[in-house]
Ligand binder design. Structure first.
Ligand code: NOJ
Length: 534
């Protein structure tokens, strides 16, 4: 499929990297206060180096009231004191680089915190002021301005809450997410200037890349028309102006050899690929793979579509199974509906964790064999399930904004278990961590899994070390029975059996790695993957 990629240089590291997502608040608690922090990450760098990842993507670590887990930024140049200091972030970036691990920071350009100085100034300055032009302030509709300026829906899936909030002075302001996350006005030159300076600020500190939050939402139709009027183009999603913004970001990144990964949720593969043109973003998250059910035909189609959409623009694909916003992989694959969809999340969905774990192991070998970069979300390498969070401990605004029907995203954000026999499974806290850990958390602890050659951690570690056998070229599908995926890259094969019956392995010289044992006759059991040498 596609053209072989040209010889890989160190500058191309991102084209086939394994990138580990660190949700700082839940990774490791260095100071014992119940919240993960940079000290915790620094202490665990040897673990990450041993796992073999090429880069770390840190979810926002900036000053924030944490109304949306840090995606409500009050100051991009300050680290939140709950996590550490700027000096510590600089040390972390340097120490990680010393272990051969690059750093990716998370920039949230669509909105800021309502505590950001720009928004506070806008509130103070009043209607019609230049300060308010940095955001989307509008008078309301109706005889007394008591109705919101338009009918846009919240971008928190399942939310029935409005995207406009009215101030005592009568003006309304737009927030596609929570009221504490006012949307910036990207038609304003100061907004563009500021973000390019923020990019420089972090590139100057040695980061290798930037993840762009809600990357397809920034630009708005200045008339803010109702969606019901079916305006063309869409008034806030995937607007053409975005490409000019990202071209100028790319010029900044190129000065530092920095790379971008965009959070671009778009169903249309052609529109998606436009963000990956050579002078725009380097990569974007592959949500069609993440949302795909555990089904051979659907997965193969998702892989083919992904490769086909990336080929014309020369961008590498990314393979993502989960992140801090979605149901953890072993849980999702253990349910009747193995697709991910924000709309169908519910409390109390029956789950077979043994089944889900078997499939997640197979999916790990599938993703790590595909051409492109792989994103791994902290705890995925431990096979952590989605945790049930007691109602009174839920913190995620997605839960509250759904009127309590959506369980929210805290279940995939629970503090990691490091040591089975220590308090709070070795997370490091002296007191209850910010989210409670389930009672069986110690059984997933790193120290246990490290000693067990059959653990999820051992599988990931071995697979990451071995995946270079697949080279950096394209894949070729091999004939295979129904429900079995088989492809070759370089002189290695990846076979995944999603059918109900054991499958014979294609001709090979050596079994390199299996996500589970073969059966007595040497066939690949259901929900199992194998890497073979030919
Ligand atoms: C996407 C982030 O991944 C999510 O966690 C956040 O709530 C929204 N963007 C808003 O910033």
């Amino acid at each position: 499929m596609g053209q072989p990629t040209p010889a890989r240089t160190d500058r191309d590291w991102w084209r086939d990297a394994v990138i580990y997502q660190v949700y700082v608040r839940s990774f490791a608690d260095g100071d014992g206060d119940g919240t993960g922090d940079l000290a915790g990450v620094r202490a665990r760098l040897p673990y990450l180096a041993e796992l073999g990842v090429d880069a770390l993507w840190f979810t926002p670590w900036y000053l924030s009231p944490l109304k949306d887990g840090g995606y409500d930024v009050a100051d991009y140049r300050t680290i939140d004191p709950a996590f550490g200091t700027l000096a510590e972030a600089e040390k972390l970036i340097a120490e990680a680089a010393g272990s051969g691990i690059r750093t990716i920071v998370d920039i949230v350009p669509n909105h800021v915190s309502d505590q950001h100085p720009w928004f506070r100034a806008a509130l103070a300055a009043g209607p019609g002021s230049p300060e308010r032009e940095l955001f989307h302030f509008r008078p309301g509709r109706g005889p007394h301005g008591e109705l919101p300026p338009n009918d846009w829906p919240s971008q928190f899936a399942g939310s029935t809450e409005p995207v406009w909030t009215r101030l005592p002075d009568g003006d309304w302001y737009l927030h596609l997410f929570t009221p504490e996350q006012p949307d910036l006005n990207w038609a304003h030159p100061a907004v563009r200037r500021e973000h390019e300076e923020i990019l420089r600020f972090w590139f100057e500190r040695g980061v290798a890349g930037v993840r762009i939050d809600s990357a397809a939402l920034l630009a708005k139709d200045p008339d803010l028309p109702d969606l019901a009027a079916d305006p063309e183009p869409h008034p806030f999603l995937d607007r053409d102006e975005l490409h000019d913004i990202y071209r100028s970001w790319r010029r900044v990144a190129d000065e530092y050899d920095g790379v971008f990964v965009g959070e671009v949720w778009l169903p249309d593969p052609e529109r998606f690929a436009r963000y990956l043109r050579p002078d725009e973003l380097h990569t974007a998250f592959n949500f069609s793979f993440l949302t795909c059910p555990w089904d051979a035909g659907r997965l193969r189609a998702a892989i083919d579509t992904t490769l086909a959409e990336h080929a014309p623009v020369g961008a590498p694909a990314t393979w993502v199974l989960c992140n801090h916003d979605v149901t953890r992989t072993v849980t999702r694959y253990g349910r009747a509906d193995t697709a991910f969809d924000f709309a169908t999340k519910a409390f109390g969905t029956p789950t077979d964790l043994a089944l889900g774990t078997r499939r997640a192991r197979a999916a790990a070998l599938l993703s790590l064999a595909l051409p492109g970069a792989v994103y791994l979300y902290q705890g995925e390498e431990l096979g952590l399930p989605e945790a049930g969070i007691p109602l009174e401990s839920i913190q995620d605004p997605m839960h509250f904004r759904s009127g309590g029907t959506d369980p929210g995203r805290d279940g995939c954000r629970v503090p990691l278990p490091w040591a089975a026999d220590l308090p709070y499974a070795g997370f490091g806290s002296r007191e209850e961590p910010w989210l409670p850990q389930p009672a069986d958390w110690p059984s997933y602890a790193v120290d246990r899994q490290r000693r067990d050659p059959h653990s999820m951690l051992s599988l990931y570690r071995t697979a990451i070390a071995l995946r270079r056998v697949f080279g950096d070229g394209p894949l070729t599908w091999l004939p295979a029975p129904d429900g079995v995926l088989a492809f070759a890259r370089a002189d290695a094969l990846c076979v995944v059996n999603l059918s109900a019956t054991p499958a014979p392995l294609p001709a090979h010289s050596r079994l390199l790695l299996g996500s589970g044992p073969l059966d007595d006759t040497g066939r690949l059991p259901r929900d199992t993957a194998a890497w073979l040498r030919v």
